[in-house]
Design a protein around this ligand. Sequence first.
Ligand SMILES: CC(C)(COP(=O)(O)OP(=O)(O)OC[C@H]1O[C@@H](n2cnc3c(N)ncnc32)[C@H](O)[C@@H]1OP(=O)(O)O)[C@@H](O)C(=O)NCCC(=O)NCCS
Length: 192
Amino acid sequence: MVGKIKIGNRVKETFHDHVPVAHKAKRVVGSRGQYAIVHFGERKILNLGISEILPGSKELTFKETNGKTAATFWVSNSHHEGWWVTHRYVEQEYRGYNLGKLGFGLSEKVVKQNGGHKISVSVLSVQPGVMAVLLSMGYAICPATIPAFKKFLKIPEGQKLPSKQKVLSQIRHGRLEHIWDPVVFEKKLVDE
Ligand SMILES: CC(C)(COP(=O)(O)OP(=O)(O)OC[C@H]1O[C@@H](n2cnc3c(N)ncnc32)[C@H](O)[C@@H]1OP(=O)(O)O)[C@@H](O)C(=O)NCCC(=O)NCCS
């Protein structure tokens, strides 16, 4: 799965080497929440839906026009702890199409539209892909969970965290330790 893709003249290591950059999700110009992908050779439109599932909890979905779900994200507001992404799931066959990045990016937008200034995500070590997406989107690790993150990366307590690029490479190659404690990723949301 880990391989190289070409972006212009540049060659970059990626996790999903079966999806060329040109096939990844792109906003359909002039549409309201439509994204196009080339899915195993077929151009498909994914429609973004945002609904309130419970007071303070929003669901974002990407669905094909026939109703098939490609990805689902939930963002929930707890008065004490702020906004959290409580569920995120890109269906297996739609992974590598940028829907993870888009889903988290749109979740941030929903939080901002609802007056939130910070978004948090609690991630278990069985979901290293979620950690990779969040790191590539500029999320920081909540200081209280840095010890758990170091353990996950097999880094001794006293040692500094390596650069983001090194961490991403280590996650891509799966040189990781299973841990029980979640790692919390967070991002301050600034007004544009
Ligand atoms: C993690 C997940 C959201 C990623 O979705 P995706 O659509 O495949 O991710 P994207 O295509 O947006 O990838 C974004 C970046 O993350 C990287 N990435 C994605 N999955 C990765 C993985 N498993 N390992 C390492 N890197 C990964 C991609 O290579 C890409 O990096 P790049 O832009 O530098 O190439 C998806 O695999 C998933 O839903 N996993 C299951 C999560 C889960 O268990 N949820 C249930 C509990 S709430």
